[in-house]
Design a protein around this ligand. Structure first.
Ligand SMILES: [Zn+2]
Length: 391
């Protein structure tokens, strides 16, 4: 993509070069009074303009120059605090092209009765419950709307502030689209089974069988919203040899919703839910099922990266899976309000051994191309649904 600025710079450089040649001719004719100063100035201007006209040196970096697009990013944390989106743009810099943007739908309650003055900031800091915090969607939409059009193009905001056990969850999503048309591309990350989190949420525990979940996914499919779902493939301390608790259930959910676009966060792996030997087989089983071509996998989270690059053998196995199915995996960071670029790039850099083993095609698709394809398609669908349905 050549920007207007690049083309203008190129034209100016050409124009200045022509002037320089003209000046040289005049210098040759000895009619220039201060030839050295004038020539040096013109030459410098010419070089500066040419530099600006070279793709990749302009202010707006080309899509091809970014390292990755990020399918999984939290601007705020479990107490709804985070970083300013303008600061985050600086952190993305020339490394991240586009980012799927969300907060966290759950709020850790500060219960004075339980924690006194130890204000918890993470769900593992306290026995007090988590609760669904719908205002996160307004917060994300407001942050997005504070950006210029060009900056907005680098984000795909996601709706997360719904309770997936509530039959009214779909109505919340509709209401958010109505309040903030032209903003959102997807829903999630939202969690059904997540180690240590599911059991801490106020109210009934979520389930992959819940009609409320089916209803909200039906609605997201109708609109064309991407669905980023977190669901561990197993329970934290499974009985040895037992079948992974949720593998069949989540596959059944995917099969019930053929018109949805699913991204299964963290390929179903958790902090202590290790990528059991069968995990690669479970994933490949989904990938090879022609009825599940609408399911993608994100490889976000430092915990997932840790397992993937644990040994040369594990890295080779993961690379082989990605090389066999390059269209089905997307990179994400799963960073939560990172303070600087070094922290933000941590997971990307952690995957260095994996990147090295991918074919050029797989590497490009997993880091950037698949994101672009999936989210561009969703943007187009959601905008046209909004135009037809929100009056
Ligand atoms: Zn996450």
């Amino acid at each position: 993509m050549t920007s207007v600025a690049q083309r203008v710079s190129a034209w100016l450089a050409f124009h200045t070069l022509a002037k320089l040649i003209h000046s040289l001719a005049r210098y040759g004719a000895k009619s220039e009074r201060r030839p050295a100063v004038s020539l040096a100035r013109t030459l410098m201007m010419c070089i500066a303009l040419l530099a600006c006209s070279i793709p990749g040196h302009s202010q707006s970096t080309r899509a091809a120059d970014y390292l990755f697009n990020d399918t999984h990013f939290h601007l705020t944390n479990y107490i709804q605090e985070g970083i300013d989106i303008h600061d985050f743009l600086k952190i993305m810099g020339t490394k991240a092209g586009r980012v799927a943007l969300f907060g966290i739908p759950l709020q850790q309650q500060w219960s004075y009765r339980v924690d006194e003055n130890r204000a918890p900031t993470y769900y593992l800091n306290s026995d007090a419950p988590l609760y669904y915090y719908s205002f996160t969607d307004a917060w994300i939409a407001t942050a997005y709307k504070s950006l210029s059009k060009e900056e907005q193009a680098r984000f795909d905001p996601m709706i997360t502030g719904f309770n997936p056990t509530d039959m009214y969850a779909a109505d919340h999503i509709r209401r958010v689209l109505k309040a903030f048309p032209g903003v959102f591309t997807g829903i999630g990350e939202f969690s059904i089974h997540k180690e240590f989190v599911s059991a801490k949420i106020s109210g009934v525990v979520a389930s992959l069988f819940d009609p409320a979940l089916d209803r909200l996914i039906d609605f997201a499919s109708e609109v064309g919203l991407v669905i980023l779902i977190h669901n561990d493939v197993d329970v934290p301390f499974a009985k040895p040899g037992a079948e992974p608790a949720y593998a069949k259930q989540i596959k059944a959910l995917f099969l019930r919703h053929p018109n949805a676009t699913f991204i299964w966060a963290h390929i179903g792996v958790g902090r202590i839910i290790r990528p059991i030997k069968e995990q690669a087989a479970i994933i490949e089983n989904v990938i090879k099922d022609p009825k599940l071509s609408h399911v993608y996998f994100d490889i976000s989270w430092d915990e997932v990266a840790k397992y993937v690059v644990a040994t040369p053998e594990s890295t080779k196995n993961a690379a082989s899976l990605l090389n066999r199915h390059p269209d089905r995996f997307v990179f994400g960071t799963d960073e939560v309000a990172p303070p600087d670029q070094e922290k933000y790039l941590k997971v990307y850099n952690q995957y260095e051994p994996l990147w090295k083993l991918l074919t050029p095609e797989a590497s490009e698709k997993v880091r950037k191309g698949n994101y672009q394809r999936i989210f561009d398609e969703a943007r187009r669908k959601v905008r046209s649904w909004e135009a037809a349905n929100l009056k």
